[in-house]
Design a protein. Structure first.
Length: 135
């Protein structure tokens, strides 16, 4: 029996970013769930209990920062680390980081390889080759 794949929730209102990030992480062996805004992201996080959340900062209905603050209020997601995607030149105050589980910030534009590297740092790698061996 193979170990369960780490589950990552990707939340972004830009479809192309959702697609690129999801594809890169799926190809690396992670299970991916997506949401297109902060409200939907909160629902998905509470329902699916991901190992990591990657969220954009600027989104309609609920920002990524508001999402991360709400996740901290729920027992099931309180300890789930988040990786925040921000526009160039935008930074989060240390106070915001203390009120959330934001474990890292990446500035757009970023490379899919950079996202994968940060994911591996935060929750560890998952090798696809183990599940593809024909034994």
């Amino acid at each position: 029996m193979s170990p369960q794949k780490p589950r990552i929730l990707v939340v972004d209102d830009e479809t192309h970013i959702l697609h690129v990030v999801s594809l890169k992480l799926q190809n690396a062996g992670y299970e991916i769930i997506t949401a297109e805004d902060g409200e939907q992201g909160l629902e998905m996080a509470l329902e699916h209990h991901p190992d990591l959340i990657i969220t954009d900062f600027q989104m309609p209905y609920m920002t990524g920062l508001e999402l991360c603050k709400k996740l901290k209020e729920h027992e099931s997601t309180r300890a789930t680390p988040a990786l925040m995607l921000t526009a160039r030149g935008f930074s989060l105050a240390p106070d915001h980081l203390n009120q959330t589980n934001i474990a890292g910030v990446l500035t757009k534009p970023f490379s899919p390889r950079e996202i994968l590297s940060r994911v591996v740092e935060l929750i560890g790698g998952h090798t696809v080759t183990e599940s593809k061996t024909g034994t």
